[in-house]
Design a protein around this ligand. Structure first.
Ligand SMILES: [Zn+2]
Length: 536
């Protein structure tokens, strides 16, 4: 009897995700698995994709994403899957929507909301939350961590104080429950309250409590500007003393005066790895970052949550204290997170007042006739902190250095998801649409920073190995059929800062768990992604 596979990709060039050189190979899929890889496969298939002249690669793994805040409103995740991404690691930078105490809805909505999504928090435990996520059938696979901020709010509210013994026990119990339900570990955002209120001992203890469950510690570190080196050292120490893998989020040096610190930061990672510490990290291929604009306010101003922050923004003494702390040389805005960034480098990405989107704070200040610092605080107050921003704080040379580092892989740090054609709100960071094709086109093909094989490895085999995803991230017989097909000569990110809502070109097919999800460059449903269970 003739073999009939469900899918056959014929005539392509295989870059298999391991970093080894490309080769001619057909790839046969049966159900959700790759069942044959050979230079020429003769069997029949329900569907044959002619991929001659194109590259067949493992589906890309986004090592750092905030899509979990958006799956419920946009389960197709079109802006992500059309980049060739088939798995996302989410629950990053201390943020997750569970666990959730029933009496804290308003607090948590103020904390995770306001960036283009309206939270609909209808769960308490992390397990209930994951069930809700499965029910909306995201198009991509999901590796979910639990946010340290969510643990801390549930255990002790939005209080700016060290955790006591009872608080810590409560957080450990919540973390253990979340991991039993399918979380892969926890993440911090040590510039984002309330995660920022934790000391190192709290984080070591919490990380140690998940050691027997083989949890991961993902760290948005305590400062990426003046405090960069101490902050990287702290993340390494937490992983080392707790005996768990530490992953440093979006490795960078923010603020011009700190750009020279990058080499030292990479040196700390190299030294730790030589000592046997299990530390690695991720990076996005852009010199701008993006987050909620209220993160330009110092940590103390957030104590008690957003309602308290808004109260402080109406208080003249508090505003003066904020300005005294943050205004650098009268012309830039400096925080532990960003370093000193010019007001003309801080752009409004998302705002209820659509006419402000795309403006920078210097432009807005000249419209209002107010000082830029006052303009910033006025805007946060008027919009109740529901403002997203894009800020240019990094050096392009450093971005290339970090991308090329052998222990670092690709994570978009993207926040919103988008789908469909036509008008869409905001001027989101182009990394939402372009991270993965940009690594292939700008950094491998154009700048020749590394080979295409290395680029693919950093976006598939390397993160899969890091996570212990044994059956994904590589194309071989027996692996799960998560695949991306792209044209090496034309693949390109089309999304730009002024015109961000553009899907990439040159990625005709994306296959998730054996199902064709992007077909001839078009999204086809329904979602075939899964919430992935951690290997134990
Ligand atoms: Zn982050």
């Amino acid at each position: 009897m003739a073999v009939a596979w469900s899918l056959l990709l014929r005539g392509g060039t295989l870059i298999d995700g391991t970093g080894t050189p490309r080769r001619r190979a057909d790839v046969a899929v049966e159900g959700e698995r790759v069942v044959a890889v050979a230079p020429s496969l003769a069997g029949a298939a329900d569907r044959v994709l002619d991929v001659a002249g194109r590259v067949v690669a493992p589906g890309f793994i986004d090592m750092h994403s905030h899509s979990d805040l958006f799956y419920f409103g946009c389960p197709s995740a079109e802006s992500k899957i059309r980049q060739g991404v088939t798995t996302e690691v989410v629950g990053m930078c201390s943020f997750s929507q569970a666990p959730l105490r029933p009496d804290q809805h308003a607090l948590v909505e103020g904390w995770v909301g306001g960036i283009g999504m309206t939270p609909d928090l209808k769960w308490e435990t992390f397990g209930q939350y994951l069930d809700a996520l499965r029910s909306v059938r995201p198009s991509v696979n999901v590796v979910h961590l639990v946010g340290h901020g969510a643990l801390r709010i549930a255990a002790m509210g939005f209080e700016a104080r060290p955790a006591g013994a009872d608080d810590l026990r409560a957080m450990e119990r919540l973390l253990g429950d979340a991991m039993d339900a399918g979380a892969w570990g926890f993440s911090t955002g040590l510039v984002y309250p309330p995660s920022a209120y934790a000391n190192t001992q709290e984080l070591i203890a919490l990380a140690r409590s998940m050691r027997s469950r083989h949890g991961f510690y993902f760290s948005h570190v305590r400062g990426e500007s003046a405090m960069l080196l101490d902050s990287i050292a702290e993340a390494i120490r937490i992983g080392d003393e707790a005996g768990v893998p530490a992953q440093i989020a979006h490795v960078k040096a923010s603020g011009r005066e700190n750009w020279s610190k990058l080499e030292g930061a990479l040196g700390l990672i190299d030294d730790a790895r030589r000592r046997g510490v299990d530390v690695a990290g991720d990076v996005y291929p852009y010199n701008a970052g993006s987050t909620k604009m209220d993160n330009l306010m110092p940590a103390w101003a957030h104590e008690g949550g957003m309602a308290k922050l808004l109260e402080r923004l109406t208080d003249r003494a508090a505003r003066k204290r904020i300005t005294d702390e943050c205004l650098v040389a009268g012309e830039r805005w400096g925080t532990v997170s960003q370093g000193g960034v010019g007001f003309d480098q801080i752009f409004i990405a998302a705002c209820r007042r659509r006419e402000l989107e795309g403006l920078n704070l210097a432009q807005l200040a000249s419209q209002t006739g107010r000082a830029p610092a006052e303009t910033l605080m006025d805007l946060l107050l008027e919009e109740k902190c529901a403002v997203g921003m894009v800020s240019f704080s990094q050096s392009l040379e450093n971005v290339a250095k970090v991308l090329a580092h052998p222990a670092l892989m690709i994570g978009s740090d993207s926040i919103p998801l988008f789908e469909g054609e036509g008008d869409k709100p905001g001027k989101p960071h182009p990394r939402c649409y372009g991270t993965f094709p940009r690594v292939l086109s700008e950094y491998a093909r154009e700048r020749k920073l590394f080979s295409l094989e290395t680029a693919v490895h950093k976006m598939s085999g390397m993160p899969a190995q890091r996570l212990g995803l044994r059956d994904r991230g590589v194309v071989r017989e027996g692996a799960v059929a998560d695949l991306a097909v792209f044209d090496a000569a034309t693949v390109k990110d089309e999304s730009t800062y002024p015109d961000p809502h553009r899907y990439p070109s040159g990625i005709p097919y994306v296959i998730v768990n054996g199902r064709v999800a992007v077909d001839g460059g078009r999204l086809v449903g329904p979602g075939a992604g899964r919430v992935l269970a951690p290997p134990r």
